[in-house]
Design a protein around this ligand. Sequence first.
Ligand code: SF4
Length: 490
Amino acid sequence: MSADPYDADRPREACGVAGVWGPAGRHAAPVREMLVALQHRGQESAGIAVGTGAALVARHGAGTVAQALPDLDGLPEGPVAIGHVRYATHGARDGLAGAQPVVLDRPPLALAHNGTLVDPHTAPGAEAVEPAGCSTDSELLARLLLAARMAAGLDTRAALHEVLPTLRGAYALVLTDGENLYGVRDPHGFRPLALGRRDDTWLLASETAAVTAVGGEVVRELEPGEVLSIGAHGTTSSRIEAPDAKTAACLFEYVYFARADSTLSGRSVYRARYRAGQALADYAPVGGEPRPVVVATPETARVAADGYAERAGLSVVQGLLRPGAVGRSFIAGDGAAREQTVRRKLVPVPDAVAGRRVVLVDDSLVRGTTMRTVARLLRDAGAVEVHLRIASPPYRWPCFYGVDTGRPAELLAARLPITELAGQLDCDSVVFLSLDRLTEAVGGDSSGYCTACLTGRYPTAVPAAFAAPAVGCGPEARSETALASRATAE
Ligand code: SF4
């Protein structure tokens, strides 16, 4: 895990995937462009695999797309290319070691995976392929698919239908066998996957923003449980056998992960965040005189802050800056070092907040390790009050579906009663948006979404090794809006 305390205090996405199929050409170029558009989903490594028909040629590197793939030298022309940006929630974390696409040969198979499988080592056949030295659940999946192709003489589509019903967890996959492009979403649809078109090429990407970034038109999003194959035959769609699976799209794609210009299930991420901010203002206004100003924590909370301010009739001021890249920090994570690093990453603007009452809007609160420092930054810059408003409910349960939310013991709202949060974070009050209000802002009720990290209600079996948080926080009791202030701390 990165030791960067500012980034480590936010939920972090597993990965982004992309693919292109069309008449033979240099498809690595648009795949690389799409990976740049998905960079926010993973910055530990990037890779591209190109199918030339009978073979695959791949390049991987550590870091951002610009660092990992500064050029496309060595990647040939071909009918298909896939790519991946990675943030490791599972398996190897040292940059290049877990880089994807996973590439296997004889027969050729390249796989890019967004999500995390739950207990994949218990899947039928896993013990037979694991001795090959799988470092990640994604590699294990690729080896299971290859084994199914070789043992039973299946084509790639048939192998997907053979293997995937035996696995649990989250997977949005982009694969190629050198000739065809495949896109797959798990039966719950935890992670998004969009289909696009540009002239005579087909595009697949984790987010619609990546499709439009290369001048493509969004055709649709893959359905939960859909296997889509694209090749010289055209497109073919089929369903993974999973009769009992209910749709459980990750709610935090709207809150935090996805880019604001993406749509998910046809719903605008920007509008969801704006409405969440408005709902927060309705539920948790900050009254009194002098009238407060609204400050967003950079960068993803800006839209919710705009919604809050509009509804409350307040001004948004740029009270916090996140200056250009200052490089990743690997300072040891003790309190003083963490605070020092946050102070390098975030800069308060005294002229914006001095003498003002501040409503600080953030999108989520996970470990809480930096928020106390952020509040202190604003106070040091002259803010007379800091009222924290969070545009989502408190995280209390770990995610097993491809998001690094930390262990239960690290989740601030699972460790402390809500009434103690304001004091702990050095804020004058802390209010979270309720689940009902959040899902209303996104659109619809909570039935089509995964809310496990907020409610403890998991759509699948959880890993055998998982022990529920020991604090007295039953899922029902902990799923509602939490309001705390210094005045009501007892
Ligand atoms: S547990 Fe939370 S972060 Fe994980 S998929 Fe479900 S809603 Fe998303």
